[in-house]
Design a protein around this ligand. Structure first.
Ligand code: FAD
Length: 407
């Protein structure tokens, strides 16, 4: 039995290993378009590879039917993933919010472990093989590379990823292969990406960082919130909480961001702090009112938002009403989301192959027998924090195992 896997990324390597372990006699080949496998793995977690998360919950995942992911995530759990890598020599290190990394904090350790296990199992890795066409031939499949090279297989797993960060391999061609088999691809959007806002709102803040909380708001309802370091850029905002919220913002139109610059304090406490400052700093102007509390440039924008145009305005002249207006801007500074930084800068693709056309217990296509898919090519994506790689390991291993035990 010959199994071909299109894509040597996280899910493809996991699929090959599970297939090789389940059926040592199976002939397994990975076809990878780049000159090496796992290029994206090396870039994950800023080169440290946040490979899973011990606080995993199905609600960390999105897609038209997130429950599709449930079986794979329960079959190959986080604990299972930690043991899987530990046995390959990658000792775990847990950091903030359950994020799991290799103890050496080197993404290369994860890739090395996967590659050497593939080697031990005799998996044939062919690089520089970009699968341009995949068709059913008899009971099996015929794959053709862009250079015209052909490979036949009895079973086929599409593990070619989405279209985020194409320079790392996933250029969206896996969607075309699945479409060729009659599969539907949902609307696609970049996720885990920087968000764009009106440039005039943020340009003067470029380069400033603050640590606070950010909420995604739609029709006056908080969709989700996160806290951490936010960076203002000339196009909008970046940083871990923004990436996190961008996963939810992917398909929500007219959503806005609410920044809380002093998340440790309630609005009343912020008001009290401002009232004390009015008293002690009454001899100063608005130019200095925020010094030592907030970044001056943020303070200036807030002053302007509440209608104080001139920084020469005396602090002692601030009315209680103005203090409340400032407090409310500090706690709820709204920014309209006008877009995002695109697939080129995104970590994952929101959307993908319609999961109702696959069996979540095997990852097999309901349209073409012997065809499987796993990882980001499917319409499942997760929050920032190791959830996407965990999906790649779980779905990849389930697809690999199912593909070789199919009677
Ligand atoms: C910069 C960055 C940082 C990230 N950090 C994290 C993190 O720390 N934690 C986390 O959980 N997630 C992270 N992610 C997301 C995570 O890396 C992906 O969700 C995951 O790698 C998806 O795995 P995959 O196997 O489905 O697809 P990919 O990893 O994209 O692999 C697909 C492979 O298929 C190959 N391929 C595609 N089409 C073809 C074709 N036609 N023929 C042959 N080969 C093909 C590609 O070259 C590629 O090697 C990050 C992503 C990026 C871009």
């Amino acid at each position: 039995m010959k199994l071909a896997i299109v894509g040597g990324g996280a899910s493809g390597l996991a699929a090959a290993i599970e297939a090789g372990r389940t059926s040592p006699k199976a002939e397994i080949v990975i076809l990878e378009r780049l000159d090496r496998v796992g290029k994206k793995i090396l870039a994950t977690g800023n080169g440290r590879c946040n490979y899973s998360n011990s606080n995993l919950d199905i609600n960390n995942y999105y897609g038209r039917d997130r429950m599709f992911a449930d079986y794979a995530l329960k079959e190959f759990t986080v604990e299972n993933t930690v043991n899987f890598f530990n046995r390959l020599g990658v000792f775990p290190k847990e950091e903030k919010n359950g994020r799991l990394y290799p103890f050496s904090l080197q993404a290369s350790a994860v890739l090395d472990a996967l590659r050497s296990e593939c080697e031990r199992l005799g998996v044939n890795i062919i690089t520089g093989f970009c699968v341009k066409e995949a068709v059913k031939k008899g009971k099996g499949f015929e794959l053709t590379s862009d250079a015209g090279r052909k490979i036949n297989a009895d079973r086929l797993i599409i593990a070619g990823g989405g279209c985020a960060s194409a320079s790392l391999g996933s250029d969206g061609s896996a969607f075309k292969l699945l479409k060729g088999f009659g599969h539907s691809i949902t609307e696609l959007a970049p996720a885990l990406v920087q968000l764009k806002t009106r440039p005039e709102e943020v340009k003067s803040l470029k380069g400033i960082k603050f640590t606070g909380s950010v909420s995604l708001i739609h029709k006056d309802r908080i969709i989700c919130e996160d806290c951490g370091e936010v960076l203002f850029t000339d196009y909008g905002v970046s940083g871990p909480p923004i990436f996190q919220l961008s996963a939810r913002a992917a398909f929500i139109k007219n959503a806005v961001l609410s920044l809380d610059f002093m998340s440790e304090y309630s609005p009343k406490e912020v008001y009290d702090i401002l009232e004390n400052r009015r008293e002690s700093l009454s001899h100063l102007t608005m130019e200095s009112f925020f010094t030592g509390l907030l970044n001056k440039r943020i303070g200036n924008l807030i002053s302007r938002r509440i209608g104080i145009e001139k920084l020469s305005y005396g602090v002692g002249r601030l009315t209680n009403r103005q203090l409340w207006a400032i407090a409310s801007q500090i706690k709820d500074y709204r920014l309209e989301i006008t877009g995002n930084n695109g697939f080129k800068n995104a970590q994952v693709t929101a959307g993908g192959a319609l999961t109702s056309e696959f069996d979540g217990k095997t990852m097999q296509s309901r349209i073409v027998s012997g065809l499987y898919a796993c990882g980001e090519v499917l319409d499942i994506y997760g929050d920032c924090g190791g959830y996407n790689l965990q999906w790649a390991w779980s779905s990849g291993r389930l697809a690999g195992r199912s593909a070789v035990i199919k009677e």
